[in-house]
Design a protein around this ligand. Structure first.
Ligand code: ASP
Length: 343
């Protein structure tokens, strides 16, 4: 019998992976975790010991919110010393948000936290759940010189391991549901499991894990579109106590040059609102000042989101606001990559 010294904790939060069809309506609803594990007898063949904890009430990830993120972080904190790695089963819809948030919340992380899920329930004949789950566990269990190979928050889906805070859900139909357009994959599963070590976050000096649980949700996202008008802008800028705004601009960070828009943004900045320029393109970067249509945004010192995803930007804002980062250093810290979320 194998000596299973590597220990992995599965954290089940819900999502399609564990869903079953409600008899009458045919609607997919989250089900309890035993159903998931019973459907994968192969788990017993893995060369590691697997334990699991489950949300009391598994949820569709559309119902995820920062309180759930804190619950996941707390589970990892409570079991951090006892396990070599963590696999979080989560619905794919908001997986990029949750995993990005967790990447900020888990400071000094030195063990793998791998998010995964599936497009089809585990009980479905053509399910993608088994491969996703089994390979995620294998990745979480990888060690070299007795140290975990992966020491960051990742997302594994359809044969690819990504840095979580670089991902976006791009497809609601294909098994290949996620993309990381601004950062290469960390590992690929084919005939062999290939880990691209040069893309992983370098292991840091051993420091105790710090779990940040204060997140501030007084944030908003405003996606520009042609025809977007001042009433809409003002209704957002006038939200009481709004602290930060992700402005999803066109292309390389461009926006209309209408005076009303620039003036309203300038006034909001002067009143202390943090505004981050993030491109609505899935790949590429904001380059403020490249076009006339971003020059004024640069002059008024809007924060440069460079190649960050919207998911990583909004969660970084919640994390920095929750950590009470002060006014002046806020932009500098936002523009610095703290967990590999921007280039
Ligand atoms: N609606 C599901 C969820 O995000 C979709 C999935 O799991 O893929 O929970």
């Amino acid at each position: 019998m194998k000596n299973k010294t590597t220990k992995i904790l599965l954290i089940y939060t819900g999502g399609t992976i564990g869903m079953v069809k409600e008899y009458k309506s045919g609607i997919l609803k989250a089900f309890d975790f035993k159903k998931v594990v019973n459907n994968i007898p192969e788990l017993g063949q893995l060369d590691c010991a697997i334990d699991s904890v489950s949300f009391k009430k598994p949820i569709d990830s559309s119902n995820m919110n920062p309180t759930h993120w804190v619950s996941i972080a707390t589970i990892i904190e409570n079991y951090y010393a006892d396990y070599d790695g963590f696999v979080v089963l989560h619905g794919s819809d908001t997986m990029s948000y949750t995993s990005s948030a967790l990447s900020y919340m888990l400071e000094n992380l030195a063990k793998p936290v791998i998010f995964t899920g599936s497009q089809l329930p585990i009980g479905d004949l053509r399910t993608d759940a088994k491969e996703n789950l089994i390979t995620s566990i294998q990745i979480a269990a990888l060690k070299e010189n007795n140290q975990p190979v992966v020491q960051e928050v990742c997302l594994y889906f359809e044969n690819e391991l990504f840095r979580a805070n670089r991902t976006t859900k791009i497809n609601a139909e294909h098994f290949e549901a996620f993309a990381s357009l601004n950062y290469p994959v960390l590992a690929e599963s084919g005939v062999h499991l290939k880990v691209y070590k040069e893309n992983l976050l370098k292991s840091k000096k051993a420091k105790p894990l710090i779990v940040h649980k204060e997140l501030d949700d007084r944030v908003a996202i405003l996606k520009l579109f042609p025809g977007f008008n001042r009433d809409l802008l003002q209704s957002i800028l006038n939200i009481p106590n709004l602290k930060a705004l992700v402005l999803e601009t066109y292309g390389a960070g461009n926006a209309p040059t209408d005076e009303w828009l620039l003036n309203d943004l300038r006034n909001a900045l002067n009143k202390g609102l943090h505004i981050v320029n993030v491109t609505q393109c899935s790949g590429g970067s904001v380059i403020m000042g490249r076009y006339e249509t971003s020059k004024e945004l640069e002059r008024m010192s809007i924060i440069n989101g460079r190649d960050i995803t919207t998911e990583a930007a909004i969660t970084k804002l919640m994390y920095l606001l929750g950590s009470e980062v002060s006014g002046k250093s806020f932009a500098t810290i936002f523009e610095t990559s703290i967990r590999g979320e921007m280039t």
